[in-house]
Write a protein that binds this ligand. Structure first.
Ligand code: IPM
Ligand code: MG
Length: 361
């Protein structure tokens, strides 16, 4: 069996972090005797520079013939003045839409070995935390009507936040389903005291909850949720939220785990194919310097093995290897570790690869 993986390196640090993940998958291939066929595709600014389109037709066609996509990051100052639909970000938004990847899982785990790396005080993170943000990914304000215009009062702009019942139903099911495999608690985050979309969100989430009576559900306003995340993150199991709230909350939670460079993500629809990418951006100032943390992308590859390719044992072996490297006190410069050893992108990748073995627990 050969698994076909589209490799979308993108811009800034994208190529470096993806290269690390590919090396880890090559190691998985050796250890578990699995074949991967990697197909490079152009996305983002890199694609725009060559083809004039951040998400070329060729890229989409190749991706559709693959089992999954490994995605780096897109964007950079160079392309900031392009119109909305030509910006590098249009590639990732377009790809999510094209693959109907409406559900975005963003696990935020504070590893015991990294407690000191969290900016939170020790008494708050004593027991670590393990949160999974389930973010709606193909609706809301990201995809609602948008325009910029001018009237007698000057320039104006709008982005419409819009959700249908169906869009909320399917993401709510994903969240409850995810919670069933975890600690069976869902916190639905909205702004129902102000927004119509949030009131519909809350109503529909409560209805879908009836299908999952074993799961405990509570609701929280987004402002309170941001505060609760720093006050007591271990109260959360699954956080279910909209596209824009999930974007913001997942960055906040990532920092609580020590660094945004650590967080992976999986974006899926109803099928098995998915887009796997770190939650961080393209960080152009770090590009090409062997300084970026590749672990968010490496753990994204691990999520791919688990969710799209049905290889949970291989997925676990990557997570275990990452933990081992932390235990040995190796880290990249974005992660703080008392008495730790700071290494570069390539070295941390080599250390993780070296620790991958079969039958790890
Ligand atoms: C993310 C990113 C993207 C988003 C950008 C690059 C469009 O911030 O994946 O969190 O907002 O979804
Ligand atoms: Mg983001």
């Amino acid at each position: 069996m050969t698994y076909r993986i589209a490799v979308a390196r993108g811009d800034g640090v994208g190529p470096e972090v993806v290269e690390s993940a590919v090396q880890i998958l090559n190691r998985i291939s050796e250890v578990f005797e699995i074949e991967f066929e990697f197909k490079d595709v152009l996305v983002g600014g890199a694609a725009y520079d060559v083809t004039g389109n951040p998400l070329p037709e060729d890229t989409l066609n190749t991706i559709k013939g693959c089992d999954s996509v490994l995605f780096g990051a897109v964007g950079g100052d160079k392309w900031d003045d392009l119109p909305h639909e030509l910006r590098p970000e249009a590639a990732i938004l377009g790809l999510r839409k094209a693959l109907k990847a409406y559900s975005n899982l963003r696990p935020g785990i504070l590893y015991p070995q990294l407690k000191e790396a969290s900016p939170l005080k020790n008494h708050i993170v004593e027991n670590g935390f393990d949160i999974c943000v389930v973010r709606e990914l193909t609706g809301g304000i990201y995809f609602g009507r948008k325009r910029t215009w001018e009237d007698e009062n000057g320039e104006r702009a709008e982005d419409v936040e819009e959700y249908s019942r169906e869009e909320i139903e399917r993401i709510a099911r994903k969240a409850f389903h995810t919670a069933m495999k975890r600690r069976k608690k869902v916190t639905s985050v909205d702004k129902a005291n102000v927004l119509h979309t949030s009131r519909l969100w809350r109503k529909v989430v409560e209805e879908i909850h009836l299908e999952y009576p074993q799961v405990e559900l509570n609701h929280m306003y987004i402002d309170n949720a941001c505060m609760q995340a720093v006050r007591n993150p271990s109260q959360f199991d699954v956080i279910l939220t909209s596209n824009i709230f999930g974007d913001i909350l997942s960055d906040e939670i990532s920092m609580l785990t020590g660094s945004i460079g650590l967080l992976p993500s999986a974006s899926m629809g109803d099928g098995t194919e998915g887009i796997y990418e770190p939650i961080h951006g393209s960080a152009p100032d770090l590009a090409g310097l062997d300084r970026v943390n590749p672990i968010g992308t490496i753990l994204s590859a691990s999520m791919m093995l688990e969710h799209s390719l049905g290889l949970p044992e291989a997925a676990r072996s990557i997570e275990d290897a990452v933990k081992k490297v932390f235990e040995e006190k190796y880290h990249t410069e974005d992660v703080f570790m008392e008495g730790g050893k700071t290494v570069g992108t390539k070295e941390i990748t080599r250390l993780i690869a070296q620790n991958i073995e079969k039958g790890a627990n």
